[in-house]
Design a protein around this ligand. Sequence first.
Ligand SMILES: Cc1ncc(C[n+]2csc(CCOP(=O)(O)OP(=O)(O)O)c2C)c(N)n1
Ligand SMILES: [Mg+2]
Length: 362
Amino acid sequence: MLMDDYDPLKGRMLSILDKDGKVVEKGLEPKIDDALLVQAYKTMVLTRLADEKAVRLQRQGRLGAYPPTKGQEASQIGPALALEKGDWMVWAFREMGALLLRGVPLWRLYLYWMGNEEGSVLEGDVNVTPSAVPVGSQVPHASGIAYAIKYRKEPKVALCYFGDGATSEGDFHEGLNLAGTMKLPAVFVCQNNQWAISVPRNMQTASPTLAQKACAYGFKGILVDGNDLLALYAAAKEAIGRARRGEGPTLIESFTYRMGDHTTSDDATRYRSEEEIAYWTARDPLARLRAYLGHKGLWDETNQKAWTEEAGRMVEEEVKKAEGHAPPTLDDVFVHTYATMPASLKEQLELHRSDLPARKEG
Ligand SMILES: Cc1ncc(C[n+]2csc(CCOP(=O)(O)OP(=O)(O)O)c2C)c(N)n1
Ligand SMILES: [Mg+2]
């Protein structure tokens, strides 16, 4: 078992692909269907383009503040690739790649970052929660969902993403403590992208790794190369299997890097060195998977061109769809808070609506 061989207290990091896309741990190479591997890579390409587009839209005043995801594509898509239909995905605010893989429409994501709550409305059974901007607040939600899964005896798992900064929040402790105590079917993926805005990882905690925090909650943890899609998939597959079999939760620390600014309101050049950026640029998760696919005969320049063009067209169509959507109204504050609006809120909504014409005239 990976979880035993990579005991987080020993500080070993699971890496299957090296930075040039070569398999360095032959015995650990996961068996992933060719079609699924290509789908993962195409989703990474789409995410990269959609993310860059979101930043440009913000600069043009067409989208609000946005948290770029560049550099974390494998960290997000690897674990999501190991989920089954019906499993739950709980996210923070930077997980565009995982959301696209799970089938969340891109135009909804753009709509959300345009300030429209309709962006969080999802049709069908994608089982994805709305974004959670208050840092760490989604961790107890994930444990709650995992508790419901266990209570109902469903064969499902709740996978929860959060950042290195979230591990300093009480919510993180509460969520993991509950999951450990009740042996819940949860997988926690800490995307350690080295920074919480301008606070570096070494100021976040005195623990040598974040993965080892699992030991305190009585369950398995593993430190994984977060720019290596194969390593993340392998670790998540094992963790998800264990959770589904009732063997309890796992904490996966995905050791990655945020290539862009914290959000479009930030200027990361004020606190990060060029050497650091160069180190991580050489470890681009897309380049690594692309090289691996090339070794397997699943990638060439012609494919790349077609996939890039296809993703580019899709991005433009989705922007159009988001921009063509009806603008938000103040009603959204009321209507999206409860599934069934309580009488007190209904009263406030009516009051707000009756007050509107008067305010406009005033
Ligand atoms: C409870 C709370 N405190 C502060 C903030 C402001 N804030 C937004 S993101 C962030 C840093 C989060 O860092 P991390 O968890 O590492 O996630 P990352 O942004 O790196 O993806 C902070 C402090 C917030 N949104 N919520
Ligand atoms: Mg972070």
